[in-house]
Design a binder for this molecule. Structure first.
Ligand SMILES: [Zn+2]
Length: 460
């Protein structure tokens, strides 16, 4: 059975279609729902590659990287949702990670969502790109296969252990708060309709600080599960590249992860999770000059957002519950040619970035040729929907999702399967710029993603 068969056979659209009936819970038996939480370390060892191997590798650890999440039991097969402090998990690495969690929870892979936070002093795992890079013999790893295997083993062990102690889930709450002075749109468009300046995660250019925020989602959203009035898990969602500075070899969960950890310390009995929303075209560059002080300030602003959002939570009994999936087959952009890219990868005079990065492109081309889809998923509880979306999706997808379901509270986690790298909206392609240059999908990804999101929300 090839991988395509594995996915479609065990987890295809047919299963998703049947979930509404098998997964819905009646109002009279909310007590059947139970929850377990897990948490394990995913900090890479000294010398390990960071962000694909073209920035400085690990020289030390400022603060650890973690993977954490929850297992929901009692509505069909278990559901697993996991957040990982890594740059990304692409293609088979993402599938392997979900499978490790699925096996440990005794569920199907399409009932597992794994979303990265996208810090850059962190691993960016793609086992297919790693195999290409390894073949060259002279390139730094994308991700060390032994380390990756240890993380998968720890993932399985953490889930198995968590299931020994489950807690009833009776209530859910949602809240939100505006985060001040963090997110801004990275793409500054000129009168000619083209991108004239990329405002990165940090900038020292006065015009980048002066220029307005542009299109963002300013709200940090929180969804929390409760047993009675005891808060068990709080998931926080905010769309922004999470880097204040990177490239110095110092591993860190950075300002979003640090804010999450501070809240975790304050409320040790509740597991706090942080999910990056559709932040592909969003960064902190308007408010961040890349200094150590700026990391502290950004952490404080995120913490304030989480605290204020937390304060608006009002638990209500769980009345309805559904898990939905929708598979899309990503369309490859014809700009990218496997043979041409391999010539560049084999050329030992090219810089590491010009060899390791196209290895991700080749991995994605091969994945598309094999017909391996990307799974979008959603967890609908009462009038709350949590969406799990792939890669570096642009903010427009998150705003569209909220717009088409105005009566629902829609929270988006992106950076799931990182295979496609950036997922711009179709209007962004002719504007050009960095993100479009490293978007492996054609503009046809836009209607596919949009329809997929619409389908998931229509089943809420
Ligand atoms: Zn990014």
């Amino acid at each position: 059975m090839n991988r395509r068969d594995f996915i479609s056979g065990s987890t295809g659209a047919m299963v998703a279609g049947a979930l509404l009936t098998s997964d819905s819970v009646a109002a009279d038996k909310p007590g059947d729902l139970r929850l377990a939480t897990f948490r394990f370390d995913v900090t890479p060892p000294k010398g390990h590659s960071l962000c694909g191997g073209w920035i400085r590798p690990v020289v030390g650890v400022d603060d650890p990287l973690e993977a954490m999440g929850y297992v929901l039991l009692g509505v069909g097969k278990p559901i697993v949702v996991c957040a990982v402090d890594w740059t990304g998990l692409a293609n088979s690495a993402h599938i392997q990670w979900r499978k490790a969690l699925a096996d440990a929870a005794r569920t199907a892979i399409d009932r597992v969502a794994v979303q990265c936070v996208h810090q850059h002093n962190a691993p960016f795992a793609c086992m297919d790109a790693q195999a290409i890079v390894q073949e060259q013999g002279d390139l730094p790893d994308i991700v060390n296969p032994g380390f990756f295997a240890r993380c998968l083993k720890n993932a399985g062990d953490a889930v198995t252990k968590s299931l020994k102690k489950t807690t009833p889930v009776t209530h859910i709450a949602h809240g939100e708060a505006r985060v001040e002075k963090v997110a801004a749109n990275r793409r500054i468009i000129g009168l000619n309709g083209k991108l004239i300046s990329q405002r990165g995660s940090s900038s020292r250019k006065p015009e980048h600080h002066r220029f307005p925020e542009g299109l963002i989602d300013p709200m940090l959203k929180t969804v929390a599960f409760y047993n009675g009035n005891k808060k068990l898990v709080a998931s926080h969602f905010y769309a922004c590249h999470p880097m204040s500075y990177y490239g110095d070899g110092r591993v860190s969960a950075d300002f979003c992860g640090l804010a999450r950890r501070r809240m975790q310390k304050q409320e040790p009995d509740c597991l706090h999770l942080y999910f990056n929303g559709c932040g592909g075209n969003i960064g902190a560059g308007k408010y961040n000059n890349g200094s150590k002080e700026a990391r502290i300030e950004l952490t404080q602003r995120m913490f304030d957002g989480i605290t204020t959002s937390n304060a608006t939570l009002k638990p209500e009994p769980i009345r309805s519950f559904a898990w939905e999936t929708e598979d899309i087959l990503p369309p490859l952009d014809p700009r990218f040619n496997e043979e041409q890219l391999l010539v560049g990868i084999r050329n030992k005079t090219n810089r590491v970035v010009a060899r390791n990065r196209p290895s991700y492109t080749v991995a994605f081309i091969r994945r598309v040729k094999e017909g391996i889809p990307i799974t979008l998923s959603s967890l609908h509880v009462n009038d709350i929907s949590m969406l799990h979306l792939p890669a570096e999706s642009f903010i427009e997808y998150q705003l569209r999702a909220q717009a088409i379901a105005p009566n629902r509270f829609v929270a988006c986690a992106a950076y799931g399967d990182g295979g496609p790298w950036y997922i711009p909206v179709k209007e962004a392609y002719p504007q050009g710029g960095y993100a479009v240059g490293v978007a492996w999908c054609s503009p046809q990804i836009d209607p596919l993603m949009s329809n997929g999101i619409q389908t998931l929300l229509s089943r809420s």
